[in-house]
Ligand binder design. Structure first.
Ligand SMILES: Cc1cc2nc3c(=O)[nH]c(=O)nc-3n(C[C@H](O)[C@H](O)[C@H](O)COP(=O)(O)OP(=O)(O)OC[C@H]3O[C@@H](n4cnc5c(N)ncnc54)[C@H](O)[C@@H]3O)c2cc1C
Ligand code: FES
Length: 286
């Protein structure tokens, strides 16, 4: 492709295709809470996205803009995938206004997700706070697809209140499984809630872990990280065994613009999933 001046666009921007969204269709929309909706999406080409747990896509709403959203399902062989979106601003509100059949654009899958091959064979402590459970749901689905490849699977989920609980029916299924140890908590007492009350770290004292063999996968609001990391270290987990997914404001999503830079790392390209050992000397990371 050439500009009128005769300049070859491929030479100017050899990776221009990185910025071109691929058409996708919303197949299903399911309200989750007052703020979050679950979208089932497929590429109009029928191509499977081929993502791994923890990766994300840049979602483009025509005429509005783009936002990075985690891929929250892991169903190899299925052409559609799911995105759970909290309505917080311009792009996410526009997405919430769309119905099945609507066309959007997608770039991705982007970023480095959870290295499932590295955590195979280990006990897993999965800690999800609020919307942090979104990328972890894909991880749990991947684990359950090959359950015998992992040791103990402990899932701790924390929400502010019962109204904010995501993926309710799936969490109930996890709770009933004998091959998962599952605990859920809400931050403050709530009428009608008979379960555990307290922030997610209040679930730690009961935990008995085989620390050298345990990998912790932690995603949640920024405030949660420091406290959960402290608890994991008190349980004896090594810094390289604590794995986190970070959220940063992004633009390009492909390591070009610098918007998501944390010290010498690009959250979009080197992450969003990092080992704590990679981040612990970067005061601005967590
Ligand atoms: C790798 C990654 C994965 C993500 N996955 C999900 C997901 O699965 N589901 C989901 O709902 N959201 C997810 N997010 C967050 C989502 O990208 C933002 O909420 C979204 O970009 C907001 O866009 P907007 O145009 O709707 O809001 P805007 O109109 O841009 O902003 C609304 C408000 O939110 C603030 N804000 C926007 N983005 C961020 C941010 N990244 N960090 C801090 N403050 C911000 C703005 O300052 C403003 O106050 C993810 C972010 C990243 C980086
Ligand atoms: S968003 Fe542009 S470098 Fe990460």
């Amino acid at each position: 492709m050439a500009y009128r001046s005769g300049v070859n666009l491929q030479e100017v921007e050899p990776q221009a295709e990185l910025y071109v969204p691929e058409p996708a269709r919303i197949v299903k929309v399911e309200p989750q809470t007052a703020k979050e909706k679950l979208f089932e999406v497929e590429l109009t080409s029928g191509r499977a996205l081929g993502h791994g747990p923890g990766q994300f896509v840049q979602v483009f709403v025509p005429g509005i803009g783009e936002a990075p959203i985690s891929l929250c399902s892991y169903r190899p062989g299925c052409s559609s995938f799911q995105l759970c979106v909290r309505n917080v601003g311009t792009v996410t509100a526009a997405l919430h206004g769309l119905r099945p059949g609507a066309l959007i654009g997608l770039r991705g899958p982007l970023g480095k997700g959870f290295a499932m091959d590295e955590i195979k064979g280990h006990d897993l402590l999965i800690v999800g706070g609020g919307i942090g459970l979104v990328p972890l749901r894909g991880v749990v689905q991947a684990i359950l697809a090959e359950r015998d490849q992992y040791g103990r699977v402990i899932i701790l989920a924390g929400f502010k209140s019962p109204e904010e609980i995501l993926f309710r029916s799936e969490l109930e299924q996890w709770e009933q499984r004998e091959d998962i140890e599952f605990a859920i908590t809400i931050d403050r007492p709530h009428p009608g809630w008979g379960g555990h009350v307290g922030v997610i770290t209040t679930l730690f004292p009961e935990l008995r872990l085989d620390a050298p063999n345990t990998r912790a996968l932690v995603v949640g609001p920024p405030i949660m990280y420091r406290f959960v990391i402290t608890e994991c270290r008190l349980k004896g987990l090594a810094d390289e065994s604590i794995i986190l997914s970070l959220e940063r404001r992004m633009r390009c999503g492909v390591g070009k613009c610098g918007h998501c830079q944390i010290n010498n790392k690009y959250c979009c390209l080197d992450g969003p999933v990092f080992k704590y050992s990679e981040l612990k000397f970067m005061w601005e990371a967590i």
